[in-house]
Design a protein around this ligand. Structure first.
Ligand code: NAD
Length: 265
């Protein structure tokens, strides 16, 4: 049995994670934290009240409850501090919150090693999105001209999405960096950004609209052909098997592990 505290428990993802932890026989919810505070976690999950109330002070909750794992779905601007707090308490963070920079990840890696406490980060916990990344790497070897379009709900704070950033980095590792499009192409005056963000010559476009949960297209272009890989998340449930798997496996890892693919066969 792995004991778990959920941070960001009142949010869209956090409350879904609370339910997934309560529903899993090998995980035990021992606490929950959110700056909103007060709510009963049973009620958050759509069940009768269970007396495990959402607290507001992460360090105090970790001190008192001593969970083995903290699952974090909070905000890009607070996640780095949350992860450091967890590691200093020898609690393994399982991080879904996006927006961590490479420098912050490096610091987390060093701290996880120093505190001898494993940590896990996944830009996307949906198995379909992980497969999309794996297939993109395969395709990019043969079709190195590629653009990424990611589409999310309009409450999302960070752009590009963690999945798009991870996909671009993985593709970049297998293809020779080169500028794409017409070398003479120009954005119209006053229309900066029409070609999206440029990552090693690869263009990445972020769409924010109500109605989407999380979707991504990776479009490859070659002579006389295009190949489009697309993944759509239609419900937050899609992330739960990955989150539960990571919560069960993280204590057996070493240092920092990034990406759900590392936990799959
Ligand atoms: P949300 O706004 O619905 O929920 C965030 C919650 O965090 C809120 O309840 C807020 O009160 C709480 N919070 C804010 N600051 C806090 C702090 N300092 N301590 C504790 N709680 C705090 O957001 P969401 O849609 O649930 O998304 C959360 C994060 O998860 C985002 O970064 C999103 O991009 C990411 N996400 C990742 C995946 C994945 O597979 N990795 C999937 C979906 C969403």
């Amino acid at each position: 049995m792995t004991t778990v505290l959920v941070n960001g428990a009142c949010g869209r993802m956090g409350s879904t994670v609370v339910k997934a932890v309560l529903d899993d026989k090998d995980l035990k919810l021992v606490g929950a934290v959110d700056i909103k505070g007060g709510a009963d976690t049973g009620v958050l999950a759509g069940y009768p009240a269970n007396g495990i109330l959402v607290e507001t002070d992460l360090a105090a909750a970790l001190d008192r409850l001593k969970p083995e794992v903290m699952i974090d779905f909070t905000r890009p601007d607070v996640v780095f501090e949350n992860v450091q707090t967890a590691l200093k308490h020898h609690v393994s963070p399982v991080v879904g919150t996006t927006g961590l920079t490479e420098a912050q990840r490096n610091t987390i890696k060093e701290l996880a090693e120093k505190e001898d406490t494993p940590a896990f980060i996944a830009p996307n916990f949906a198995i379909g999105a992980v497969l999309l990344m794996m297939l993109s790497v395969k395709a990019a070897k043969y079709m190195p001209d590629v653009e990424i379009i990611e589409l999310h709900h309009d409450h999302k704070l960070d752009a590009p999405s963690g999945t798009a950033a991870q996909t671009a980095a993985l593709i970049d590792a297998v293809r020779e960096a080169h500028e794409q499009g017409n070398p003479d192409e120009k954005e119209k005056e006053g229309w900066t950004g029409a070609r999206g963000a440029n990552y090693s010559g690869m263009h990445v476009h972020s769409v924010r609209l109500p109605g989407f949960v999380a979707s991504q297209e990776v479009i490859f272009g070659g002579l006389g052909q295009t190949l489009t890989l697309r993944h759509d998340t239609t419900s937050r449930e899609s992330f739960m098997p990955g989150v539960v798997l990571a919560a069960k496996k993280v204590r057996g890892l070493k240092g920092l592990t990034v990406g759900l693919d590392k936990l799959l066969d």
